[in-house]
Design a protein around this ligand. Structure first.
Ligand code: GLN
Length: 397
């Protein structure tokens, strides 16, 4: 038979270093980008996921089949600089993107992807691809979208093969703000939207390795004045701001690479006696500062339904996760206690420095997207701050 079965030409490809090519339909921005391929199993919050700066250098495969059908808006962006395009560089979906249907939508998701420079493809069996990542690990790959369907596959394969990957890469410096900034917005509330922080009971200085907005909102919502400072700010400059608490943010890339400049700063801040709280990358770098080690994970944790146990209370919380590196539990030195553990694989999810107001978690207590079980950690931190000033403690839950 000489007639082709289909005249459909793929307008997007995912190309692996070994030459494997997965064909699909292009969406979002056109072009090609090499990155690490990971998956996210959350059912909601695609806009928050794609704008989480921790995803810089990664392509996100969504296991949930319908992505984009509630459109896009400016309110659900997690990146601090909304136009800076720091976040996931590529995205893979099962279903084609439909017209938006939601009262909060301000535009079509495809146009939003394009404006943010995110290269995407649809028509992929994303659950099968996720099963493949689970077996084989997070691979380096090129995602390419060309409306005319013309691809130089050998060139794309070479790009995938020659990319050195995320290990050893400091991406926090790319995700971080260049100048200090004040943050006042409080969390979104049904029917009234975001609020603005008022009187201030404490000053939190957040070191920005790629911070998510909802973290800052939760601090502002707990009556804190919030100042965000760039990743390379010195301990002296941070202390000059007279913080009551110091926050170490989430962020992209390898904690070991970022730790090179962050660790000496964090050690000095711990010595100052001011309470310190870290999330995700901030947790990993804090572990390094305390003498622990981090490793690259096989498939990472990316989703919104991960069970984590808090050893302090014995309670299990369902959490939002997004990490591809982890703190090695047995590397934690004496005096540093493991406080949280993943019930999926037993990996470390939290630590505290015994006798000091210093602790951190691997998961994302701010959620966005995800369950709010871990919001109590913000109150735990603020209580450390309040204890120092003699203010009465907030209820943790
Ligand atoms: N969300 C984060 O802060 C991620 C931390 C780090 N980049 C990792 O992948 O493990």
């Amino acid at each position: 038979m000489s007639e082709p079965w289909s005249t459909h030409k793929p307008t997007a490809v995912l190309v692996f270093a070994d030459g494997t090519v997965i064909e699909g339909t292009g969406a979002g921005a056109s072009g090609a980008v090499v990155a690490e391929l990971c998956f996210n199993t959350a059912l909601t919050g695609y806009e928050e996921i794609l704008t989480d700066p921790s995803y810089l250098g990664q392509i996100v495969t969504f296991t949930f089949p319908h992505i984009g059908n509630i459109g896009a808006n400016d309110e659900d962006i997690e990146d601090l600089a909304p136009d800076a395009r720091r976040g996931a560089v590529g995205a893979i979906f099962k279903a084609d993107i439909t017209n938006p249907s939601n009262y909060r939508s301000a535009g079509h998701f495809n146009a939003w992807l394009e404006a943010r420079g995110i290269i995407a493809m649809t028509g992929i069996d994303t659950r099968a691809l996720t099963a493949w990542i689970r077996e084989n690990g997070m691979a380096n790959a090129v995602i390419a979208h060309q409306p005319d369907g013309q691809f130089d596959l050998e060139d794309l394969r070479r790009q995938a093969a020659s990319w050195s990957g995320l290990e050893g890469r400091d991406l926090a410096i790319e995700a971080s703000l260049q100048q200090p900034a004040a943050w006042t917005q409080t969390p979104w509330v049904w029917q009234s939207g975001f609020g603005d922080g008022g009187s201030h009971s404490a000053h939190i200085v957040a070191i920005d390795y790629g911070v998510k907005r909802n973290i800052l909102r939760l601090f502002a919502g707990l009556d804190c004045k919030v100042t965000v400072v760039p990743a390379k700010t010195s301990a002296e400059d941070i202390l000059a701001l007279q913080p009551d608490g110091i926050f170490l943010s989430n962020g992209p890339g390898d904690p070991a690479a970022t730790g090179e400049y962050a660790v000496p700063v964090i050690r000095k801040l711990i010595d100052s006696g001011i309470p310190v709280f870290g999330i995700c990358l901030g947790h990993q770098i804090l572990a390094l500062a305390l003498g622990g080690r981090t490793t690259k994970m096989h498939q990472g944790h990316h989703g919104a339904n991960h069970p984590v146990k808090d050893h302090t209370t014995g309670k299990v919380e369902i959490v939002s996760m997004n990490h591809g590196f982890a703190v090695t539990s047995d590397s934690l030195p004496e005096g540093v206690e493991e406080t949280h553990v993943s019930l999926f694989d037993g990996s470390n999810c939290g630590l505290r420095l015994v006798g000091k107001p210093v602790f951190s978690v691997q998961h994302h207590p701010e959620a966005s997207p995800g369950p709010q079980d871990s919001h109590y950690l913000f109150r735990r931190f603020i209580n450390m701050v309040r204890e120092k000033s003699g203010a009465p403690a907030l209820a943790e839950r």
